[in-house]
Design a protein around this ligand. Structure first.
Ligand SMILES: C[S@@+](CC[C@H](N)C(=O)[O-])C[C@H]1O[C@@H](n2cnc3c(N)ncnc32)[C@H](O)[C@@H]1O
Length: 526
């Protein structure tokens, strides 16, 4: 396939303008954007600054004690993993659990009975301790250690779903009732009309395939969603970022039109369509990352380390990488996905070019505009393959896992903590339900999201903060907590398991395109 997107050819000047790395003036303006974001979030005493070495970073301008909340960051765009949708019914906008404990359990059992599976193979997210608790109580271990499931009768499953059975004490875990999508797609639900409206306005009206939408390309859209579900959710996330930009652009255009009408055309703001598009694109563009020509050399170095090659070779490559890094810093450009995706271990370095070509083909195949023919509908340059590739690449480097704890887990823990008499009575009802759910009784909501401020945090293998959900953090926001006292210094988190040995850490960080030179790595490399 000749993967040339017609928009890339027609609008190459506009595409380069959209993807151009910010000038120093624009970088300054972007810090004002981040200052504004900090003001609107549940955080204070933070500032996004450029340190010249690692690009942007988040700095504490005040002290934070160990365990203190540093930042609560609302996502710009996020999505639940498609495989997780069978197990958890969550609000498609804020990702909190909805319906009721009975609905969560009944729906999951029902969908699994239909043969739809999320992660059914003993994939419980509960800790070993919690597993032991239930295994011991119920004595239902199979030889592999996984609890053998004992299905509930179909009628019982349906009664749980329909709310005809009320589980004991479930009223202590009340959830917001599920509000259906206004476009009637039957796929998305919300915790409130507010979330339903916000999602519709920001993303969903361009992605909904329901009967109440005007989307003339439903079939293509369905095909796109199916492909994304079957391969990588990041394609869908990128489509959401594009919808977000287009819908913002339309709002800005409508506001400009209104303003011109009210103040006479001559006096009105006469921003061109393209400058409005640039404005609409801004929140997404703020996640830009510098590309480095050293990426390949660096990756090569790390692959050598991973495969236990001679350290003198590895050190040589590291020096090469450092040199190329230094030269690349003067000629930065924005990354696209097929350039920044890490080379898998089983692909030889000399096949890199062909591997990147294949990835580009894949992006073209799934390209939102190509599948939906949106370029015909909207004539909007953000549907170009280059832009699509840029968004996916940016998400690859920036995204954080989206995790929301399940109230079903809390529910069963509550039952387990009851006084003996109450517990025995409750378990007469709850035990068969747990037997049917098996090990994955407590699956949490999982997905991927882009958080504007958190994504400015640099990595350290000796971090002073971490992403951590507290008891009260029951939605899709990113929560960053201090792991030690932070005193007017850069706030760093670890992108990987920082307790891994040096070589493994460096190999994992190569996927982010850098060699870590934090104090821990420098000490351990010697
Ligand atoms: C999530 S972003 C962090 C914010 C980023 N510095 C920026 O300018 O927006 C991740 C990228 O930051 C850079 N980075 C983060 N931590 C680093 C570190 N310890 N050493 C070198 N580069 C780092 C790498 O380019 C990495 O791909």
């Amino acid at each position: 396939m000749d993967s040339i997107c017609p928009l890339d050819i027609q609008h190459s000047d506009k595409i380069s303008a959209l993807l151009k790395p910010p000038s120093s003036l624009q970088v300054q303006a972007s810090f004002e954007y981040f200052d504004q974001l900090v003001k609107t979030k549940q955080c204070h005493g933070l500032k996004v600054k450029q340190d010249g070495v690692h690009g942007k970073g988040v700095y504490a301008e005040t002290d934070f004690n160990e365990g203190e909340l540093v930042l609560k960051d609302e996502m710009l765009v996020g999505a639940q993993h498609s495989s997780n949708k069978v197990d958890c019914l969550v609000c498609s906008y804020c990702f909190c659990f909805i319906g009721s404990i009975e609905l969560q359990i009944g729906r999951k059992l029902y969908l699994h009975d239909l043969g739809l599976s999320g992660r059914m193979d003993c994939a419980a997210e509960s800790s070993d301790e919690e597993d032991d608790l239930f295994n011991e109580d119920l004595g239902q271990c199979s030889s592999s250690g996984a609890k053998k499931k004992i299905p509930l009768p179909k009628e019982a499953v349906e009664s749980l779903m329909n709310g005809h059975i009320e589980l004991p004490y479930s009223n202590k875990f009340s959830l917001s009732s599920a509000v259906p999508c206004p476009g009637k797609c039957g796929e998305t639900y919300y915790c409130s009309e507010l979330c339903a409206d916000a999602d519709w306005e920001s993303f969903h009206s361009l992605l909904c395939v329901g009967e109440n939408t005007g989307t003339p390309t439903k079939e293509a859209l369905l095909k796109f969603v199916q492909h994304a579900d079957g391969t990588n959710d990041i394609f869908y996330l990128a489509a959401k970022a594009i919808s977000f930009t287009v819908l913002r652009y339309r709002k800005l255009k409508a506001a400009q039109f209104q303003e011109q009408k009210e103040h006479d055309a001559q006096d009105g703001n006469d921003n061109s369509d393209f400058s409005l598009l640039l404005q609409a694109w801004r929140p997404v563009s703020m996640g830009y990352k510098r590309s480095s020509k050293a990426r390949t050399a660096l990756k090569f170095h790390c692959v050598s380390v991973r495969h236990g090659l001679d350290m003198s070779d590895a050190a040589r490559y590291a020096r090469v990488a450092a040199l190329v890094f230094a030269s690349a810093s003067t000629s930065v450009s924005v990354l696209v996905w097929w350039e920044c995706v890490a080379l898998p271990d089983d692909v030889d370095c000399c096949d890199e070019e062909s591997f990147r070509g294949q990835i580009r083909e894949l992006a073209f195949e799934f390209n939102f505009c190509y599948l939906l023919n949106f370029e015909i509908l909207f004539k909007c340059v953000v549907f170009s393959l280059e832009i699509y590739g840029h968004i996916i690449g940016m998400f690859e480097l920036n995204n954080l896992d989206l995790v929301v704890a399940s109230p079903v887990e809390d529910y069963f823990l509550y039952i387990d903590d009851l006084q003996q008499v109450d517990k025995e009575q409750a378990e007469r009802t709850t035990r068969p339900v747990l037997d049917a759910l098996g090990d994955e009784y407590s699956m949490c909501c999982q997905g991927s999201a882009f958080f504007p401020l958190q994504s400015c945090m640099n990595h350290s293998c000796r971090p002073n903060a971490k992403a951590f959900k507290r008891e009260e953090d029951r939605d899709g926001q990113a929560t960053i907590i201090a792991v030690r006292r932070i005193s007017e210094e850069e706030v760093t988190i670890s992108y990987i398991d920082e307790d891994l040995p040096f070589k493994e850490r460096q190999a994992l960080l190569a996927d982010y395109g850098f060699k870590c030179m934090c104090s821990k790595c420098v000490e351990e490399e010697l």
